[in-house]
Design a protein. Structure first.
Length: 147
């Protein structure tokens, strides 16, 4: 019960925060998050032990609208509209191959620069993750009292 409570608390706070930053459009946030995951994964390998390590040769960093639709369950036409909106913000770039990539400036995602709130959202998200980890650690070690 405690584990479920802390997880739901984390999820509710995080989704509410994302909703505010993305003006209520959680599908747009999800499309950008999937693209970000692909971008981050391009520089990482997961070893047989499950540990994530830097990759010596980066992998592909783009993703198609169809793949985003498949991963998220969002209809393809809706994904295309979300991609167009993210492109109009300058956060992503279409490639001739049909892939969409995260726009970078000086090696940093454009979406993380400026006053759009994504850097602050990321900081709050990390704080929430750490808080939840501390709470879960207390549950596992038996140092948290039952609700």
């Amino acid at each position: 019960m405690q584990l479920r409570y802390h997880y739901v608390e984390f999820l509710t706070e995080h989704l509410s925060d994302c909703c505010r930053v993305f003006g209520g459009d959680l599908q747009e946030m999800l499309v950008l998050a999937v693209m970000g995951q692909v971008h981050l994964r391009a520089g990482l390998d997961v070893g047989p032990d499950g540990l994530v390590k830097p990759r010596s040769i980066p992998g592909p960093i783009g993703i198609t609208a169809s793949r985003i639709a498949d991963v998220t369950g969002i209809p393809r036409q809706t994904v295309r509209r979300k991609l167009a909106r993210l492109e109009s913000r300058g956060w992503i770039i279409p490639q001739p191959s049909g892939l969409w990539v995260i726009a970078l400036r000086d090696g940093v995602a454009v979406a993380r620069q400026g006053d759009n709130g994504l850097d602050a959202l990321d900081a709050r998200s990390m704080d929430r993750v750490l808080r939840m980890a501390r709470q879960l650690s207390k549950i596992v070690t038996g140092t948290e009292r039952p609700l």
